[in-house]
Design a protein around this ligand. Sequence first.
Ligand code: 13P
Length: 253
Amino acid sequence: MRKPFVAGNWKMNTDSHTSVNLAEKIASVSSETADQSVSVAVFPPFVYLQMVFKALSVSNVAVGAQDFYFEQNGAFTGEISALMLKDIGCTYVLCGHSERRHVIGETDELINKKVTAAISGGLLPILCVGELLEERKADKTNEVITRQTKKGLAGLNAEKVSAVTMAYEPVWAIGTGLTATPQQAQEAHDFIRKLLAEMYDAQLAEEIRILYGGSVKPDNAAELMCQQDVDGVLVGGASLKADDFSVIIRAAV
Ligand code: 13P
């Protein structure tokens, strides 16, 4: 049985005041649901991670980072390592988010190094995959998902991959208000699960959580999470509003 997972990716938003305020509100919702039946995590900008930890300390909300660099330490000006994130208490890290692929220019090879380094560093990576609109129109969704998944997980055995959460985030649905229909999400998730079964084994594929991301809102979260292979959501915009994020958390319970 896969435990539902609701994750909030704050992206490059909030400031020192609003990040703490948002975290405090999320902490109070999560203690009110007082329920271990859903995993909740937030991904604030690096500079607010520790403040957010403090604000969430009495809750069971986990904290993750939006990115990191795959080396452990050294002359990599401006970068943050998995060790540093682990040191301050991070549980998760996003890898291969579409904004890092398509805006920053990260390749599948770099993403694979990050997934590998995250696991060795004791973090739980969330590997994001998803097609562009033109790729969907050209019927290449499954091809893109296959490439990003296989390259993202290259060289990792089943034991290591069991630390991974997958996220299907169709790029055309991110920040656009266009959401994949529950059927489109289910089809892609089912495809990813079957691909993992082929790459590893059926049991691993059954156990891995696959989140959906792309314009998840309070009014569509429940329907998406009702789908058999949608194990939770990775929320952008709506995770910045405590009330909206709370409704989404409750929809997962
Ligand atoms: P939106 O929910 O704003 O579309 O963002 C989704 C996303 O990219 C989560 O990582």
